[in-house]
Ligand binder design. Structure first.
Ligand code: MCF
Ligand code: FE
Length: 421
């Protein structure tokens, strides 16, 4: 079956940020086809006349755009509200070590709530960091497209074999659910928390299986100091929590990047990365993901987007988890980000923000949506926005006013309808 959707404003989310007034998209909508695609797009009325057999709906005073992608999120921390300490990365990490067990009670329902919130905010695909495997089943049975990043972590060389076996067990569990929509992937938590030998094994495993890799990288000043000088907060951290006063860093920042040279990697945070490290990331065809509210809450700063621009890396945005945020609504994240960079012109910056959760975020997850173009995945979100038909600052008005999607389509099929909630 073919469907035609139209709205007052169609955001194509190509690099030029083309917008079509009274635009429409014609797409396949066959429930038995795992790859329903966009067939064509353009003026709604013309498409309607050319395709009288398509099931058509037009949404006045709405924005139609490719569904959003949230490429870095920790569903397993969905129970945190007031348990973890914000304001200083070291204090936050101490609180995670001391209190994380408390966060896993009745987790399933909190994960389901956050999955619903993703759909409600117009998201079709997520990059979920899975530290324990608690999120595998709920995500596999959700309508979302998922890259499930099974996380490896551990700096004690004596435990590497055990930790690696545990990772393989979670990966196997994940592979049982593997489909076009649910893709098992890997994560090295970070270079400060993961021993070089374990990190190397995981990087090789990802390469062999052609899987994406996600890593937290240079998130804090404490991490930078540890990786470059093996001193500071982490010296005490490894003594205090792991009884190891002789720990040293096993990788400096550049060595960590070199280890991942042949991987397809999402580098998350990079708050303390230098220009040469970002240049290296760009040269590896890798991407940088920023979670601005998480960065504000744990490290009191935002990523310098100017340096990112200089090395030609497009900004990509995500919410991170409720471990370091107060809401996993990606539109809320964009609203806050708009205000976090007051030196950028609002209407122009808004376009970059939208591309950072559609075009570039989707590509970072290796899915084929994120843009309205022939042959792309039929993943769309529709948002009501009163007065949008006469707006000349559409991206800005979208970010300022749109809270909840009225419809979300994933793989050409309705996955969320605002009226039912
Ligand atoms: O992204 C934030 C902050 N940076 C690092 N890790 C996490 C974040 N939210 C949750 N985490 C998890 C991480 O995946 O917390 C643990 C890891 O399992 C921290 S290290 C014990
Ligand atoms: Fe994170």
């Amino acid at each position: 079956m073919k469907k035609l959707l139209g709205a007052s404003k169609l955001f194509c989310c190509n690099k030029e940020f083309q917008i079509i007034n009274n635009g429409g998209v014609l797409f396949e909508s066959d429930p038995s086809n795992p790859k329903n695609k966009i067939l064509c797009f353009g003026d709604y009325q013309s498409l309607l006349e050319q395709n009288p057999d398509a099931k058509a709906s037009f949404y006045p005073q709405h924005i139609l755009l490719p569904a959003l992608s949230n490429p870095h999120i920790h569903f397993e921390f969905s129970n945190n509200k007031t348990t973890l300490v914000y304001g200083d990365f070291g204090e936050w990490l101490d609180s995670v070590i001391q209190r994380r067990e408390e966060l896993f009670e009745n987790l399933e329902q909190s994960i389901q709530k956050q999955i619903q919130l993703q759909l409600e905010s117009g998201i079709a695909s997520v990059g979920a960091i899975s530290s324990y495997g608690f999120d595998i089943a709920p995500l596999a049975s959700s309508p979302l497209r998922v890259q499930l990043f099974n996380e490896a972590i551990g700096s004690n060389p004596a435990l590497i074999d055990t930790l690696y076996s545990n990772l393989l067990a979670r990966l196997q569990e994940c592979q049982k659910h593997s489909s076009k929509r649910f893709l098992p992937a890997l994560s090295i938590h970070s270079p400060y928390s993961t021993h070089k030998i374990l990190a190397t094994k995981v990087a090789n495993l990802a390469k062999e299986n052609n899987m994406l890799l996600s890593v937290h990288f240079l998130e804090s000043n404490q991490e930078l100091e540890w990786l470059t000088q093996s001193k500071g907060f982490f010296k005490e951290f490894f003594t205090k929590h792991f009884g190891n006063p002789n720990a040293t860093s096993t990788l400096n920042p550049m060595e960590f990047l070199e280890l991942l040279e042949e991987n397809k990697t999402l580098f998350v945070h990079c708050l303390f990365a230098s220009k040469s490290e970002l240049e290296k990331i760009a040269s590896m065809n890798a991407v940088v993901i920023s979670s601005p509210r998480s960065n504000r809450l744990l490290n009191n700063r935002y990523l310098n987007l100017e340096i990112l621009k200089e090395v030609k890396l497009p900004p990509i945005f995500s919410t991170d988890g409720l471990s370091s945020n107060f809401s996993l609504n990606l539109l809320d994240e964009l609203r806050h980000t708009l205000f976090a960079y007051p030196h950028y012109t609002p209407s122009e910056f808004a376009k970059e923000l939208v591309l950072g959760v559609t075009h570039y975020a989707n590509a970072s997850l290796g899915f084929e949506g994120g843009e309205i173009a022939r042959g792309r995945d039929a993943d769309f979100a529709l948002f009501e926005c009163e007065g949008i038909s006469t707006s000349t600052q559409e991206a800005l008005h979208f970010i300022l006013h749109c809270q909840k999607a009225s419809e979300v389509y994933i793989n050409g099929i309705g996955a969320y309808n605002g009226k039912t909630f």
